[in-house]
Design a protein around this ligand. Structure first.
Ligand SMILES: Cc1cc2nc3c(=O)[nH]c(=O)nc-3n(C[C@H](O)[C@H](O)[C@H](O)COP(=O)(O)OP(=O)(O)OC[C@H]3O[C@@H](n4cnc5c(N)ncnc54)[C@H](O)[C@@H]3O)c2cc1C
Length: 498
């Protein structure tokens, strides 16, 4: 049976939109350009130092709000998937390591406020004010709080006021500022451009319910795809969409890169907004939005080192490590190709007895300019040499700040912004695609609706980065497509923990 809705992109936003629509009787077809589904949730495999195969996650190191009754947990439940998870260490799920010392980020806002007050004596009032503001903003985000009647839902300030502005108003010390900003790489915007809503949504979900996904991104993608098929939906990989077709003022289908045409009255583009722009008729969004999108900054690039740990993790287990080269965490947005560099280190639970690590650092897209016209696996020794140099910078930081693992880490692979560009089609290769800044959020935000009936855009770039944020955008676009103002209420009502 022909699909009535084509979803382009099989990341968590596309798959969740497809499942919600299929649950409501739509006939859905998901088209994915890559050879495997999942987008940023895809994993890849390499030969490890001992000859066996090792799998690495691209974009699912840990996910927040996964305790029973929390938002991510409820969204998975509504989608009908049971994803295996394991909580991170409640006393310290993220360890912040700055030149001025370490800080343990515990689970729960109250515990976090307690630790911050201990680390910054005399700043109790500022800590309380910051935490209260974050909690209020998080509650006001209807989909993140799953509260359709959330107080403050129409306030613009959370999308227009930056985190830097709030910290300045509160008059926080340099130390408190550094601790409050240390995890900003979870959303990828510097404090001077990060809106309160993004910080509250992303850091809030991490603080409230951080979990590893056992089996990594594959464990989510495989369950979502199975559920999609169970509902009669279809998924085609190796199906790059070249353009959206319209007839009059309506969407009518898509044309694949090979020329194949697929007709459907509904099309949802679940991908980077700038990639979406390239597929739609130029007038799909009004000129102001198009111009804003062309100007809106891309996230800082990612340079990521993947490897294997020999022996036990000991004190490093059960948490992520935010190793920052300066006490100002905004240094992550000023990447340097010289010397030990920032590294966000993740040690997911071992699989098949192999303990892997990923160490994410930032990178400027223009370092890789000489290879912009090339594709993965076809790059020259200059590219390999640059990767080696950047890898050494990252590993120098790990040696310095994780001394107990010195000599026990073997590097297996490294990726650059060009890798992200080529594997998930983020045109600028930014860490989360479009930077979630005041220039692309709130009143400046990317609109899901277009001027063509039946043509919609979704994905992390239309909302909040992260598995939860992108999943929320999938639900939100499905609610719009269905004209269902009650979806939030139903998700909450139908997913109460047993
Ligand atoms: C390195 C890294 C680490 C991360 N770590 C975490 C983490 O620990 N926790 C967390 O919660 N989040 C993390 N994230 C973020 C999170 O993974 C993403 O925000 C989220 O998965 C994005 O989902 P999406 O549906 O918006 O889009 P994507 O996952 O980007 O999916 C878009 C899909 O569209 C496809 N596509 C693009 N163009 C076309 C076309 N023309 N035709 C057909 N298909 C097309 C792409 O191939 C891709 O599969 C990380 C991201 C990265 C990159």
């Amino acid at each position: 049976m022909a699909a009535d809705t084509i979803i382009v992109g099989s990341g968590i936003s596309g798959l969740s939109a497809a499942i919600v629509l299929a649950q409501h009787g739509r006939r859905v077809l998901v088209l994915e350009s890559h050879v495997v589904p999942g987008g940023c949730m895809q994993m890849f495999q390499r030969r490890g130092p001992h000859g066996g195969k090792v799998r690495f996650d691209v974009g699912v190191h840990y996910v927040g709000s996964l305790r029973p009754g929390q938002t991510m947990w409820r969204l998975f439940r509504y989608l009908g998937v049971d994803v295996p998870v394991r909580p991170l260490d409640s006393e310290c799920f993220d360890r912040v390591s700055l030149p001025s010392g370490d800080f343990a980020v515990p689970v729960g806002w109250d515990a976090l406020a307690r630790n911050l007050k201990q680390a910054c004596p005399g700043e109790g009032a500022a800590v309380d004010a910051f935490v209260a503001r974050m909690q209020a903003v998080e509650r006001s985000l209807t989909w993140h709080s799953l509260d359709a009647d959330a107080p403050g839902a129409y306030d613009r300030a959370p999308h227009e006021v930056t985190v830097a502005a709030l910290l300045e108003k509160l008059g926080v010390s340099r130390r408190l500022r550094s601790l409050l900003l240390a995890q900003s790489s979870l959303y990828g915007a510097p404090s001077a451009r990060a809106p309160l809503a993004i910080h509250a949504a992303v850091i809030g979900s991490a603080v409230e319910g951080p979990h590893y996904v056992i089996g990594g991104g594959d464990a989510i993608t495989s369950r979502l795809v199975a559920r999609l098929r169970e509902l009669g939906g279809e998924l085609r990989t190796r199906a790059p969409v070249a353009r959206v077709l319209v007839s009059g003022d309506r969407a009518s289908g898509v044309e694949l890169a090979g020329g194949e045409v697929l007709h459907a009255p509904g099309v949802i583009l679940a991908l980077h907004p700038r990639a979406a722009l390239g597929l739609m008729p130029p007038d799909a969004w009004r000129s102001g939005l198009r111009a804003r999108l062309e100007r809106a900054p891309e996230c800082v690039g990612l340079f990521c080192v993947y490897g294997v740990v020999k022996g036990d993790l000991g004190e490093y287990a059960g948490r992520n490590h935010y190793l920052l080269r300066e006490d100002d965490p905004d240094c992550f947005y000023r990447p340097t190709p010289e010397g030990p560099t920032d590294a966000i280190v993740n040690f997911s639970p071992p699989a098949d007895g192999v303990q892997t690590f990923t160490a994410m650092s930032s990178a400027a897209a223009d370092w890789f300019a000489p290879w912009h016209g090339t594709r993965t696996a076809r790059r020259d020794t200059g590219y390999a040499g640059l990767k080696q140099r950047l890898t050494a910078n990252v590993m120098a930081m790990l040696d310095d700040r994780l001394p107990g693992l010195r000599g026990r880490l073997t590097v297996v692979e490294a990726s650059t912004p060009l890798t992200i560009r080529d594997y998930v089609n983020y045109p600028g290769g930014g860490l989360y695609g479009l930077e979630p800044s005041v220039d692309s959020q709130g009143i400046n935000g990317v609109r899901r609706r277009t001027r063509y009936h039946g043509l919609w855009v979704t994905g992390a770039g239309t909302g909040t980065p992260g598995v939860l944020g992108a999943c929320v955008t999938g639900f939100a676009v499905a609610a719009s497509v269905l004209g269902d103002e009650n979806l939030i209420r139903r998700v909450r009502a139908e997913t109460d923990p047993a």
